[in-house]
Structure formats: C-alpha cells, structure tokens
Design a protein around this ligand. Structure first.
Ligand code: NOJ
Length: 575
C-alpha cells in the first residue's frame, strides 16, 4: 500500500529560494550556497520539507539565471559544486529535500552549443536550435514578454539566419525534436539526480510541447505527447522517488497533457486556482475560486497540485477575462507601473494586501487549505515588500531580511555592492525581519510556522480528495477534503499524525473573504456524521461548534475543522 513516505511530495511544504538573494556568507554582496546552508535550520523550524532552488547555473544572468550557459555547474558567484553538495547533505540531515530548476526549453545565447551552432552551419550543434531563413508570418504572436520583446524570431548575423525564442532574444529555444537534444537533457537530469536532488521544477513546460509559433513540422517532430513520458520514465529509472514539477499556466482541459494517466509529470503548479484565488481576494466573493476548483479535473492518484500565492515572476492573471483582470488591477495594482506584460502584477503579497495582517493570514490559510501541496516563496513568511524602481520582475527579488540594519543581515558587503538593493521604508529590514519576528510570539512568521504545523498534521488535504462545498454566504470559501474513504484511489498507511483518527476523516475549512463578520450554515449532507475538532482559527471563537448548525466567522476569519467520519460511511463525499 502506498504511504506518505512513498509519494513524499504529497506531504511536502515546498519553499522557493533564489540563492543569490538569500544569504551572503562570503561578504561579496551576492548570496551563496554557504549562506544558504547556514539557514537550513531556519527552514527546518519553519516547517519546510523541500527547497526549490531557482537556477544557480553559470549564466550571463540576464533573466535571473534562466539563461543557462552551463548545465553542469554552479555560478562561481554563488559558490562551487562542492558548496552545492554540502548544502544538499545538510538539508538531507534535516529531512529537507531539494528540487532544482530544469531550464531546457532554451539556453543562453552564450551557451557553447549556441555559439557553435551560429558559427558553423555544419556544426552538429546547429540543429540543437530552431532556425529559419525567413521569420514566419506569425512571428509577432505568442511572445511571453510582450512590451519587452516584439517577436519570437530574431536574426543572428553570425549564423546568417533567424532563430526562434519564446522568451527573450538572448534565450534561443532548443530544438527538442532533435534526439541529440533529448539525450543532452537526459544527461543533465542524470547528473543532478546522481548528486542527490529529489527532482526538478520544469521551467516553461508548455513550450516543451507547444503547438504555436513554430512550423507544423517542428511541432510534429517534437512529439509533444511522448516527451513528458520520456522524462518521467527516465527519472523513475534513475531515482524512483524523484518528482517533476511543471511550470504550466494551463486551462483545465489541458491538464491531462501534463499528468497523463499518472505516467507524466507528478506535480503541476495550480496557476488556474491561483488566479481565481486572487480574483476572489480582490472582490471578496468566493465564487471565482469555488468555480475554478470545480472546473479542475481530478488528478491521477500519484499526481498533485502545487498551490502558491506569489512566485518569483509577475502574478500572472492571463487566464482571467479583461474585466476580472481589471478588478484585480484595481485592488492590487492601482498604478500602471505595478502591472507587467499586459497580464500581471509585479508586486509581492504583503504590499498587494496593504500589509494587513488579517488578510495575509487569510490568504496563506486559504492557500494551505487548497487540495495539493503548498509552495511558499522566500520572504513571504515575514511579509517582505518589493522595490518597484527595479525593472520588470526584479522588484520581487530583493535580498532576504534576516535582521534590522542597513543590509538586513543579508550581507556584510557595502550596500552599493549588494546583488540588489534592500527594500527600504515600511517594508525595510528595520520593520520586517526574521530575528524580530522569531522573538515575537504574535508575528506573521510564528503564525505561519504554526499554520504549517497544523497543515502537516492534515493528510486529508495533501492526500485526500477535495472539493468546494456550497455555503449560504457569498464571501465564504468552504472546502472539504476526505481521506481514507472506502473508495479512495490511494489509501496510505497511517503515519501517526497527532490527533488524526485512524479511520476515514475529513477536514472542512472555512474562509471569509469579506471585512465583515458572518455566520454560515453548512448543509447537513456536506458535514455528515462524526466527531468535530477545531484545528486552526484566526481568533478565539469559544467552543468548537457542531458543524451541522451555524458557524461564526470574523472579518477575514478562517476556521479549520476535522471530522472523524468513522468507518460507517459507504461513500466518501469527495469526488
Ligand atoms: C519561466 C520563469 O518562471 C521565468 O522567470 C523565466 O523568465 C522564463 N521561464 C524563461 O526561462
């Protein structure tokens, strides 16, 4: 029988880190692996069980190192391969797994493959990229960074040809139809797996199987539906418990392309729920998120959603209608300068929510309650702000704030040498830092640590089947997750979670998106029989209510309940 030790990612709390802005140990102004290693205990105490490292490879660093110049190394500014392995070892000792970014849709134009390809038509690397004598008529469509790039094709003087690039012009797309390129990807994965990583966050996943922007022949040659299966089976042969996490902002009916029948990628970022969650936060209406959760397909038992609030890019609202995106802009990005690429918001979570503690807790609690695995981003646990004077997405990539003081304990370098300036003012280190929040029992950091602890004790959410349930208050999101029902596809063996019953159980969470208090009534059929225990609340509501009656919620209030449903249920209410 499968258990939480088998599909570790279903019990995980993932935490995303940019090594260069986390902690600088050698005082050169750039975060490094030694600095990161010195903070592993911090991550462990927070409740993180898996670190996702953003690209750390040698790179010209024109796109946060998503422009890779060498897949087998560590950018010397961040340390050495030895430092990387030291970090892996220390993390493993604390029970923390490490996933790394796998950026194989494109390389840097400084990568030796591209340099060789452009220099010589006869080079064996020429066909590693996608070339044309003339750009196709649709070259001006499908740019990922509109407003910064104007085409997906650029002319290379040295090559005497046009090359395809879905992202920036300095990121030529690899030709995945070429078996030699696939072989390179296999070797790259094999290398890092051998060093001990637990998997990969697959950058730009949709473009690995894309149908747009390239000729039909290229699409066909890329054999979209076999590529993820190929990666997965290779991964599994090399390391049975390794996982692939897809960065794919896709619609519900495209999900199967990524997870297959459980034979493709195991984890998929839940961009769809994310955008509707922000629409719900913006409007105070539960419906957008509830409907989005209802629209998502059930995943195969071994697959999992990865839920998040903010990531290292813009908050991408591209899946919303213009009106709905407008509502999000009004709420979270009133100045045009806060918006990006015609589809997103380039701010961190705390400034978007007005640094309002109640709303920050609500947003995090709601994210933790979504069926799937939570993904946090460094700095959000203390409510870090952003720096909109920096270009594009750089404003949300400022150094971690560990202590008070000018460099926030990030580095001992002179401030002008920092990789990016520290945030100043309301969100600067004097107001927002780890050390102060560790000492303050009521801090956001301590709250999140506690909430994660509760979440780790709720296998119903990570392992069960979840669905939104209808309630009579439009501002309330109610979600029920059932676990160990008789009909569950995966019935894990018990792992001794404290307070959880041995038999079937459910967790019901309620989140009030409105600034006014309310009282909700749940349908008796949604609650069913069973003893109710309260797990997490935003305030003291007194005795745990019988969920079959009225349940009070404060302004932006939230309450989590467990129901020990017992063995007598013949069907679980989960889908
Ligand atoms: C997606 C990453 O999230 C983004 O930061 C990057 O610019 C593009 N992929 C290109 O690699």
């Amino acid at each position: 029988m499968l258990g939480p030790g088998d599909l570790w990612y279903k019990s995980a709390a993932i935490y995303a880190i940019n090594v260069d802005t986390f902690r600088d140990a050698d005082g050169d102004g750039v975060g490094d692996f030694s600095g990161l290693t010195s903070r592993v205990d911090y991550l462990h105490a927070l409740g993180v069980t898996c670190v996702w490292l953003l690209p750390f490879y040698p790179s010209p660093n024109r796109d946060n190192r998503y422009d890779v110049a060498d897949y087998y190394g560590v950018d010397p500014r961040l340390g050495t391969l030895g430092d990387f392995v030291d970090f892996l070892r220390v993390a493993r000792e604390r029970g923390i797994r490490v996933m790394i970014d796998l950026v194989v849709n494109h390389t840097s134009d400084q990568h030796p493959w591209f340099q060789a390809a452009r220099a010589d038509r006869a080079s064996r690397y020429r066909d590693y990229y996608v070339w044309a004598d003339e750009p196709p008529p649709n070259a001006r469509e499908g740019m990922v960074f509109p407003g910064v790039e104007e085409s997906t094709w650029s002319y290379d003087d040295v090559a005497g040809a046009w090359y395809f690039h879905r992202f920036y012009r300095f990121q030529p797309d690899l030709n995945l139809a070429n078996p030699a390129v696939r072989e390179e990807i296999r070797k790259i994965m094999g290398f890092w797996l051998e060093l001990g990583v637990s998997g990969f966050r697959l950058d730009a996943a949709p473009f690995l199987i894309e149908r747009k922007g390239v000729s039909a022949a290229v699409v066909e040659a890329r054999r979209p539906h076999t590529f993820f299966r190929y990666m997965r089976s290779f991964l599994s042969w090399r390391r049975g418990d390794a996982a692939l996490l897809a960065e794919a902002n896709v619609l519900p009916d495209e999900v199967e392309d990524y997870v297959g029948s459980g034979d493709k990628l195991q984890l998929l970022f839940n961009f769809y729920a994310n955008q509707h969650l922000f629409l719900s936060l913006a409007t105070g209406r539960a419906a957008p998120l509830v409907e989005a959760l209802g629209a998502l397909p059930a995943l195969p038992p071994s697959a999992q959603w990865a839920n998040f609030l903010r990531n290292h890019d813009e908050l991408d609202l591209g899946r919303l209608t213009d009106d709905d995106r407008g509502a999000c802009y009004d709420a979270f990005a009133p100045d045009v300068d806060m918006r990006l690429y015609g589809r997103g918001v380039r701010r961190r979570l705390a400034p978007m929510l007005g640094n309002d503690r109640a709303r920050l807790e609500l947003a995090h609690s709601l994210m933790l309650a979504l069926p799937g695995t939570p993904v946090l981003r460094y700095g959000d646990e203390i409510g870090m702000g952003d720096d909109l004077s920096l270009p594009e997405r750089e404003g949300v990539r400022t150094p971690m704030q560990w202590t008070r003081g000018p460099n926030g304990g990030f580095s001992t370098a002179p401030p002008e040498r920092l990789v990016r300036p520290m945030v100043t003012g309301e969100y600067g280190p004097d107001a927002v830092n780890v050390a102060d929040q560790q000492r303050d029992p009521g801090s956001l950091l301590n709250w999140l640590q506690r909430a994660l602890g509760v979440r780790h004790g709720c296998p119903e959410i990570g392992w069960g089947s979840g669905r939104a349930i209808a309630v009579d208050v439009p501002s309330v999101v109610a979600i029920r997750c059932d676990w160990r029902t008789r009909h569950a596809a995966v019935v894990p063996t018990p792992v001794g979670e404290i307070g959880a019953p041995d038999g079937p159980s459910a967790v019901i969470t309620l989140h009030n998106l409105a600034p006014e208090p309310c009282t909700v009534c749940l349908a008796a059929s949604d609650v069913g029989p069973g003893e109710v225990t309260e797990l997490l609340t935003d305030r003291d509501y007194g005795r745990a209510p019988d969920l079959r009656g009225e349940v009070a919620l404060g302004p932006y209030g939230y309450r989590w309940f467990r129901i020990a449903t017992g063995d007598d249920r013949s069907t679980g209410p989960g889908r």
